[in-house]
Design a protein around this ligand. Structure first.
Ligand code: XBP
Length: 251
């Protein structure tokens, strides 16, 4: 039995890394008259580091033209990161970042079944607010029983803190929750506390999920899933996730 469905945000609800954060980082560099630009391939490598601020620190540490001292680099990273998040919110606010296929429908399934939903992300709360306000409206927060972001969980994925806090807020045991994730760090964080994971592969994380409930290309299609989804279904709905969860319980 499932008693809660959790959602990761970046890459899972929308292709936020490719179509939002990367653009916003590069626009922040330009606005601050910094000569740096991140390519899509390089950003893919930087995504090994969770957290936009931490990603900036990692990049600055390898640049000969970055400020030499640790404190100066941290201050610059803070400035860039703040501006990046403003520019990200602007991209989202203009409606340029659609939800991934099947996301709105699965949320509607949960609401229809009165299944509590939670957000478990280590992105900043302002970014989550911008994205969900745009797609679910001003009162988006009321649709989620728990919303845990970087502010509550500063130890970022793969640290399990965010999932531990989400389970506590939902008051649901790990074995009765399922989370939707795209990245190995998120899968590791959820699994570390015993939450079963459905992986929707994303642009930067196209690899197969291992040791997960199911992995596939998109909630918007029943094709390409492992284990296979019910034939004939047009998308991955709550009933399919409940079936995968039940099957896992028997093995
Ligand atoms: C994704 C992240 C975030 C975003 C950028 O976390 O690592 O850092 O890339 O957001 P999750 P910030 O997969 O848990 O959603 O700049 O706010 O960190």
């Amino acid at each position: 039995m499932i008693r809660a469905l959790l959602w990761d945000v970046d890459g899972t609800l929308a292709e936020t890394e490719r179509d939002g954060h990367l653009l916003a980082f590069n626009r922040a560099f330009a606005a601050l008259e910094l000569p740096w630009r991140w390519s899509s391939a390089y950003y893919g490598e930087l995504l090994q580091v969770s957290g936009g601020y931490e990603r900036l620190l990692q990049d600055l540490a390898s640049r000969a033209d970055a400020p030499p001292g640790e404190q100066a680099r941290a201050a610059l990273a803070r400035r860039i990161h703040t501006l990046k998040n403003e520019l990200y919110a602007a991209i989202v606010g203009r409606g340029e970042l659609p939800l991934r296929a099947g996301v709105a429908e699965l949320m509607a399934d949960c609401r229809g079944a009165r299944l509590p939903m939670g957000i478990a992300t280590t992105t900043s709360r302002a970014n989550v607010d911008a994205l969900l306000r745009c797609h679910l409206g001003e009162s988006w927060r009321t649709q989620f029983a728990a919303v845990i972001c970087a502010e509550e969980a500063p130890h970022k994925k793969p640290d399990p803190e965010v999932y531990r806090l989400a389970l506590a807020a939902l008051a649901v045991p790990a074995a009765q929750a399922v989370t939707i994730e795209d990245a190995p760090a998120g899968v590791a964080a959820a699994r570390a506390v015993g939450i079963r994971v459905v992986v929707t592969r994303s642009h930067y994380f196209p690899e197969d999920g291992s040791a997960v409930l199911a992995a596939g290309p998109s909630l918007g299609s029943s094709h390409g899933w492992q284990p296979a989804a019910e034939p004939g279904a047009s998308r991955i709905g709550l009933a399919q996730i409940v079936r995968w969860h039940a099957r896992y319980g028997w093995e």
